[in-house]
Design a protein around this ligand. Structure first.
Ligand code: ADP
Ligand code: ADP
Length: 225
């Protein structure tokens, strides 16, 4: 796990600026939620951290290393999307194991790692199933398992719960929070839902129009006039 440092990070698309020089220090093991209305630059910021989007200005560090020019794979940052990104034709085991397909582990080592991740996520009894035979919450856990299996430096979540019904959303909030407590992972979680931000974050970063408006612990922001 590692800290993440954004130093005057800028993103421009042609003549328009999506992110206007953001400064943010995310501590090793911290759970940070980026919150704000649609279009304020949350997803762009997350994608720059992941290396899925080029950085137009500023410096991005993971731990002590500047990663501006580094490929996503080298950063070893795991991204979990709202549409799950799991393969319907593969079993749960194969889906989770897919995260290891470029690794040099032996087949037995890969299998052990998949079993371990399956245990952590409560999927052990479902490893031979395909996604169609899983519930929404189980599928979400498979997507997290795929991200976890490589032991990433940090997890990035881009509105992962917004397609789920209210009850499942509540349950998954709790599960992701528990996972954070168990693994001590650095997590950056994007949502437009303030309740979600309040219930999950160590620290909330409120964004508006490509800038940071406020940063604080949930209770600090809640009590501020
Ligand atoms: P959010 O995640 O907060 O909804 P985004 O980061 O997706 O916001 O978008 C921030 C701004 O950047 C928006 O104005 C959006 O239209 C713009 N934007 C995002 N991606 C692109 C792109 N590929 N090309 C041009 N503009 C983009
Ligand atoms: P193959 O047997 O040709 O490798 P599979 O579709 O059985 O193809 O598995 C593909 C990969 O998924 C394997 O390399 C293995 O690591 C993993 N895998 C899938 N299911 C299991 C399982 N039940 N036990 C161990 N490994 C599995």
């Amino acid at each position: 796990m590692a800290s993440i440092t954004l130093d005057k990070i800028v993103k421009t698309y042609g003549a328009s600026t999506a992110v206007h020089g953001i400064d943010l220090q995310i501590a090793d093991g911290e759970f940070v939620v980026l919150v704000g209305p649609s279009g304020c630059g949350k997803s762009t910021t997350l994608r720059m951290i992941a290396g899925l989007e080029s950085i137009s200005g500023g410096t991005l560090k993971i731990g002590a290393r500047v990663v501006n020019q580094m490929e996503p794979k080298q950063r070893n940052i795991a991204m979990v999307f709202q549409n799950y990104a799991i393969y319907p034709h593969m079993t749960v085991h194969q889906n989770i194991g897919f995260g290891l397909y470029t690794s040099k582990l032996s087949r037995a080592e890969k299998d052990a790692r998949v079993q371990e991740v399956g245990r952590i996520l409560g999927l052990s009894h479902l490893l031979e199933r395909r996604p169609a035979a899983l519930s929404g919450g189980q599928r979400q856990r498979v997507a997290i398992g795929r991200a976890m299996v490589r032991d990433p430096q940090a997890f990035l979540f881009d509105e992962p719960l917004s397609n789920l019904d209210a009850q499942l959303r509540g349950q998954m909030r709790l599960e992701i929070k528990q996972l954070h407590q168990r693994l001590g992972s650095t997590i950056v979680f994007v949502t437009h839902d303030q309740v979600e931000a309040m219930s999950m974050a160590d620290r909330i970063v409120v964004m508006r129009e490509g800038r940071i408006l406020q940063v604080g612990a949930p209770m600090e922001l809640y009590n501020r006039p």
